[in-house]
Design a protein around this ligand. Structure first.
Ligand code: FA5
Length: 337
């Protein structure tokens, strides 16, 4: 019995098998327990001999089980350690690192430029009321100039803002008739424009507004010139053209000389050699009045520029749609721009 049990202990390949051996030989229903239990029936002189023998057998089986158990546990641990070894000298898998979009970086750069000239950054909602998008900007319902900006209406009174100019009115209201107000406001705008090389139905704008006592047209020219020279370099040509916006009087538009064709004429500048980047002007007295400012005491200038157009001119991008197609090969070129 003992040899048979020891043989089985030896063969046990894992803790579970060893447990089975323990139960079948040393358990309550095992042969040794049975022998010990039957002791009473044996003649008195045989009892100590049989008892001693049974105990010896039991102990030697128990001991071998214990030894085997320790051995099995040790083997299992070694196996685990072997299998889980990490080779720290292997090279790591490279992560693909993304980067901010070219437009995001350009907008930050423009923000920094204006912060340097004393402007603060303001924000406004993309889903806007008809009042702030048009009426507060001297564009009452039915005004023909509303056609200059084809809109996405959500309800009769709510639309996707067509420009960042509503932030002018919102910010002035907050100042409750007291200047100075000196802000820029970057953000997304939406128009029912047909997409082409220089137009997108969703694009970005950066609005600027400076309201104070004695702000003059020459201040506007100075700020815009400083901005353009810093953005494009001293050698690029800049021109201001008279224009019209219902919320400014007088109004101008600013063009930058086309870099793509060096004035020769291409699809981006449509042969003119110039690309329009912003509209601007002196804030209309009606706009000041509606936002709670006294036009006899205060005046100001405002501008609204298109960062996409600026990026096209600065980096020689020949189609505005490149910014929104999200072709990584295009976007990657500007990670270090
Ligand atoms: C406006 O949106 C006026 N709110 C700008 C303004 C602000 C004037 C404050 C006076 C005072 P305009 O529609 O011209 O104006 O757009 C301004 C600039 O946005 C343009 O010069 C151009 O750079 C850009 N832009 C206009 N439409 C698009 C378009 N569909 N896709 C890309 N850029 C556009």
């Amino acid at each position: 019995l003992r040899n048979e049990a020891l043989e089985k202990v030896k063969k046990a390949e894992n803790v579970k098998e060893l447990q089975d051996v323990r139960v079948s030989y040393l358990g309550k229903k095992g042969p040794i327990t049975e022998v010990l239990r039957g002791m009473g029936k044996l003649p008195a002189e045989e009892r100590p001999i049989i008892g001693q023998l049974a105990n010896e057998v039991r102990e030697s089986i128990a001991k071998s089980i214990e030894e085997k158990q320790t051995q099995l546990e040790k083997e299992a641990l070694e196996k685990q350690l072997r299998e889980e070894t990490i080779d720290v000298t292997l090279p790591g898998r490279p992560n693909t690192v993304g980067g901010p979009h070219l437009l995001t970086k350009l907008i930050q750069e423009i923000e920094d430029l204006f912060i340097g000239m004393g402007f603060e950054v303001a924000e406004g909602p993309e889903v806007e009321s008809d009042y702030y998008n048009f009426e507060a900007l001297n564009l009452p319902k039915g005004h023909p100039a509303r056609d200059m900006q084809d809109s996405f209406y959500i309800t009769e009174e709510i639309l996707m803002r067509t420009h960042t100019s509503p932030v002018q009115a919102r910010t002035m209201e907050k100042h409750e008739g007291k200047g100075p107000v000196k802000i820029i406001c970057p953000g997304k705008v939406y128009r029912r424009d047909t997409d082409d090389a220089t137009h997108s139905h969703q694009f970005t704008q950066i609005e600027g507004l400076y309201v104070d006592k004695n702000v003059r047209m020459s201040d506007l020219k100075g700020v815009l010139n400083t901005f353009a020279k810093k953005m494009f370099g001293e050698d690029r040509e800049i021109r201001l053209r008279p224009s019209f916006f219902p919320f400014t009087e007088p109004s101008v538009e600013m063009d930058i000389s086309c870099k793509m064709c060096h004035g020769e004429g291409c699809s981006v500048c449509k042969g003119t050699g110039w690309i329009e980047i912003l509209g601007a002007g002196m804030v209309h007295p009606n706009v000041l009045r509606m936002a709670g400012f006294d036009p006899d005491e205060y005046n100001g200038f405002a501008f609204g520029m298109g960062p996409e157009r600026i990026a096209m001119l600065k980096y020689g991008v020949d189609d505005i749609r490149h910014f929104y197609i999200n072709d990584v090969r295009f976007l990657k070129q500007f990670h270090h721009a």
